[in-house]
Design a protein around this ligand. Sequence first.
Ligand SMILES: [Ca+2]
Ligand SMILES: [Ca+2]
Length: 417
Amino acid sequence: MGGDSTGGILISSGSNNLAYNNIVYNLGSHSLYGIGFDYFNGGAGNAAYNNTVFNIPGDGISIGTGGAGAIVQNNISFNTSGQNIVSIATSATIDHNFTTNPNFVDSANGDFHLQSTSSAINFGRDLSSIFTIDKDGNTRTLPFDVGAYEFVSVILPPPPTTITCDDSLAWTLVSSGTFASDALLKTINFSVRPARWIALRSIREINGNPWTSCTEFMALMNGRSLLQTKGIFLEWEHALITDPPTDPAVAFRIYRQDTPTGLFTLIATVPYPIISYLDTNVIPGNTYSYETTSIDYFGNESSISNIASGVAPSTLQHSIWCVDSQELGVNNGAVNAIDGLTTTFWHTQWMTASPPQPHNIVVDLGTVYPLNGFQYLPRQDGNTNGTIIQYEFYICDYFISKGRGMHAPVMQPMLAM
Ligand SMILES: [Ca+2]
Ligand SMILES: [Ca+2]
């Protein structure tokens, strides 16, 4: 209520009069009080609970000499010219009132709801035996807030069902399902798909909570985590021997060219039947070319294979492309999901808000790899908050069509005796 009168609300006779969930504000210049108690003449049980009193030219809540026994609890009385709460009665119960700035949403425009940061939230005492709702009709949550309105956290709409961190990325769902409800490493395999960006979406958390957490998330190439593949991975086919008399290959020799015009030099000998090699002796970001030959029992060497080239991956090439939520109030940032450490984890926001599922984390691998799986490692600290049990896994291979992809070399040595 507002206006210009002696006061806002006056409880002046009888007993058990209750004034609760009222807003008294912007009273005229002649007003002496926002809420007044006086002249009871022996009445009992008169009370003011959970009122909001603001911008009063006199006192906010005033108990006169005739208001003995008045009860004043859970009120906000703020920005008054007189005293926020004053009593000259011989007895009164006055507690759990709030007389400093409670951070209203917009008091200038008459909106006296509380901001989420307000200290008035949960400041009150439990009056649920007397009333249970606020001015909006919402059920008050224990502990009671003070003032006319109970704070109600805003329920945000769920994020869009498509991953929209970058519209230039075209996402393909390659795997979805459920994880076992434990903290063990989860490995999901699929047929080879080239991709540069990978996205893990949490649909449901182990206990149905809104959070997502992740100790490690990484794609697999040839069954190995890319985080462990700090080198150039080579793979070749061994041509069938169809022209006897020949001896079968017993080994392959790997040659590497370090500069575009440099010589190919022997870097490794791989025993048959192994037909792959991880070259870790490379400088991140540099381009190398490879060729291989076959060796028979007598040491005869075949002619060389075709040449395959690749860029050595950098330890910095994996990065977080985007994440929809991360808790930075503590060390729960998304980068923890790709740092290779089992002691650090990504957790969606939980300190001042808990945005709802689903949650997305997108990793840029830096270049296109032929992926054949991914791994998700839940929290390893014994706490299950955020552990994903229903997931979707997406990839994006947009740059394949731009010709910027790095393909795993396939070398086919020709055996000549
Ligand atoms: Ca509350
Ligand atoms: Ca980690």
